[in-house]
Design a protein around this ligand. Structure first.
Ligand code: SAH
Length: 212
């Protein structure tokens, strides 16, 4: 299969709805086929979520592009991602920001993401095993935070890890369907924008969902 042509086709398709050229260019550089299960590589450039094992999914490219665009990265930022999963979103962030700290609760996914990110030569991504404590307070505050799992509400512990003026993108709702929020942290009243409906696997931990 010609992955290069398939990737170009997907980027063209995304460009009808995503206007941030930097986000599109970053996605055009990253081989998504390396982040999906070997049996599903032929689907890597369909605009659809795919299973990455352990009941988890790599998100649909359109949603990934939308969330990344909302972070409005310029290249100097320290970014936190909750939910490393395959590592694909972390790779996109690493192309657009200075440093990426990403956390994942499944050790197996930490290891597989680390492996593919190393093999692609990324040196500005740190993958950490974390769960009960949301995020990675050790390195806070962050200029931007992206949560790639669904929360029942915006966790205060995560908002505390964001700088004033920073952006957080997070799916909030029930275990099965959510709204994607962009929150801009301000000294007094935060700005909350709804980017539309979405469907993510649950965020597990304190101030989020319990394990089932
Ligand atoms: N961003 C990923 C997709 C993530 S799927 C990608 O690009 O492939 C959501 C991930 O969040 C799952 O792998 C799940 O294990 C993880 N997760 C859920 N709760 C978490 C928590 N409290 N801390 C870290 N990771 C968590």
């Amino acid at each position: 299969m010609d992955f290069t042509a398939a990737r170009a086709r997907l980027i063209r398709q995304l460009s009808t709805e995503i206007s941030d050229e930097l986000v599109l260019a970053a996605m055009a550089r990253i081989p998504r086929e390396r982040f999906v299960s070997p049996g599903e590589q032929q689907l890597a450039y369909e605009d659809t979520p795919l299973s990455i094992g352990l009941g988890q999914t790599i998100s649909q490219p359109f949603i990934i592009a939308l969330m990344t665009e909302a972070l409005a990265l310029t290249g100097n930022e320290k970014v936190l991602e909750i939910g490393t999963g395959s590592g694909y979103q972390a790779a996109i962030l690493a192309e657009l920001a200075h440093r990426v700290i990403t956390t994942e609760r499944h050790l197996q996914l930490v290891k597989s993401a680390q492996k593919v990110l190393d093999s692609l030569g990324y040196t500005n991504i740190e993958v950490h095993l974390a769960e009960e404590t949301l995020g990675w307070p050790e390195e806070a505050p962050y200029d931007a935070i992206i949560v790639t799992a669904a929360a029942p509400r915006v966790p205060a512990d995560l908002l505390a890890q964001l700088i004033v003026g920073g952006r957080m993108v997070i799916p909030v709702g029930s275990r099965y369907t959510q709204e994607l929020y962009k929150i801009t942290k301000r000294q007094r009243k935060n700005i909350v924008q709804n980017l539309g409906g979405c469907r993510f696997v649950p965020l597990i931990g304190k101030d989020a969902w319990e394990k089932t």
